[in-house]
Design a protein around this ligand. Structure first.
Ligand code: ZN
Length: 405
């Protein structure tokens, strides 16, 4: 953690919290609400240097930022569906022709169903991440955090994996269009950051690094270590897949072996990070074995890297994370504490615990401690061997192109 106090933006667009696929969907916006509340109630929101950003709605600019990475036909279809679906109705109750049209762009009855207002809510997520990008690039703040962002699976022409518009990719494209020459993107979500990778796979100005559970056991099934980018972007794509049950120790060693040297060699103008916390050992949708302490260690490493390789310019978004009460708010509050350098209380505030109960009926965590999972020695050895294979492949295919040994 660096000692200096510097301006850090906390970005919140209330309409981004309308990004809601409905009751019982795992990506519930309450995770963002509870995160902002915990940041507020722990006093981090008024820590020295913290700047609150509520992005202004500028429909033309927001659309332009979205179209930097998405096809116009796709955005038009999302827009139409957004208005055609009756507010307050379920996707399954929409007319058959609408449902069929939605299915053509990935917004069908699966993981990512269209809903009334989906275009506007998705645009609000882009607006918030693009606002973070602009504040950092202009020098107004050094770091910026948009907990509601990180929709890294959205593809140029379709929605996927709970993601409609790719706000992180739009933020990166905005940085490039506004004068950044090189951007490094580090995605620590448990799922492969496939959408962001796809959008910049042929662009040598953007180094995308995704550390994730192997596609052989987890959605979206891609992100092999041999996947290193195409054309002029060859070696600007990095993937570090892990075996199920990989611990924080193994994960962090891989980060040190791959992310550290590559980002330093790349010397980005800005570091953009997606901080999905679904790597947690208790996450219901994935199988890695990280703890909150590991996530705090990741944030500390990214912070150091931002200062040492990108002159401090750091944009962070949220992402996945499906323990909406016991993991997500604490993981992202720890990340924001890292960004601000401000201390956290040992216990979670009573006001926040009351909000958790009122909003979810779930038992709130009482402090920032986390249990360390017990993994057998054979598991440790197996996962370490798999990580070593990923690292070896990246070393062979990517390092030489960046002059890294
Ligand atoms: Zn800093």
């Amino acid at each position: 953690m660096t000692e200096r106090v510097h301006p850090v933006a906390l970005v919140r667009d209330a309409s981004a919290e309308d990004y809601d696929f409905g009751r019982d969907h795992p990506l519930a916006p309450v995770r963002v609400t509870l995160t902002h509340a915990l940041i507020e109630d722990t006093g981090l929101a008024t820590a020295p240097g913290v700047v609150h950003v509520t992005p202004e709605v500028e429909p033309e600019r927001d659309l332009r930022d979205t179209l930097r990475v998405h096809d116009a036909d796709y955005v038009a279809t999302v827009h139409d569906l957004s208005r055609a679906i009756e507010p307050g109705t379920r996707f399954l109750d929409a007319p058959a022709d609408l449902r069929a049209r939605a299915a053509t762009v990935g917004l069908g009855a699966g993981d990512t169903p269209a809903f009334a207002g989906v275009h506007d809510a998705s645009l609000a997520v882009v607006r918030a991440s693009a606002a973070a990008a602009r504040r950092v690039l202009s020098g107004e703040v050094l770091h910026a955090f948009n907990p509601g962002g990180g929709l890294h699976h959205a593809m140029p022409d379709r929605a996927a994996g709970f993601c409609v518009y790719n706000d992180v990719a739009a933020a990166i494209a905005t940085l490039l269009d506004d004068g950044a020459e090189r951007v490094a993107y580090v995605d620590v979500d448990v799922h492969h950051g496939d959408g962001v990778e796809r959008m910049f796979a042929d662009d040598p100005r953007v180094l995308t690094i995704s550390l994730h559970e192997s596609g052989s056991t987890l959605f979206p099934g891609t992100g092999d270590a041999t996947d290193v980018g195409v054309g002029a972007g060859r070696a600007s794509v990095v993937n570090v897949p892990f075996a199920p049950q990989t611990s924080g120790a193994v994960w962090l060693d891989a980060f040190d072996a791959v992310v550290e040297p590559l980002v330093r060699a790349f010397q980005p103008d800005v570091l953009v990070t997606q901080l999905g916390c679904d790597t947690h050992v208790t996450d219901p949708l994935a199988h890695l074995a990280l703890t909150l302490d590991d996530m705090a260690a990741i944030a500390a490493r990214l912070h150091t890297l931002a200062h040492e390789a990108a002159e401090g310019r750091w944009i962070a978004t949220g992402g996945g994370g499906y323990q909406l009460v016991s993991v997500v708010p604490r993981a992202w509050t720890l990340a924001f504490a890292e960004m601000t350098g401000a201390p956290l209380p040992i216990e979670t505030p009573m006001t926040w615990r009351e909000l958790v109960v009122a909003r979810t009926g779930q038992e709130p965590p009482r402090d920032f401690d986390d249990a360390v999972p017990l993994l057998g020695e054979d598991v440790e050895a197996h996962t370490r061997r798999m990580a070593a294979e990923s690292i070896a492949t990246v070393r062979e295919l990517v390092f030489p192109r960046h002059g890294v040994r």
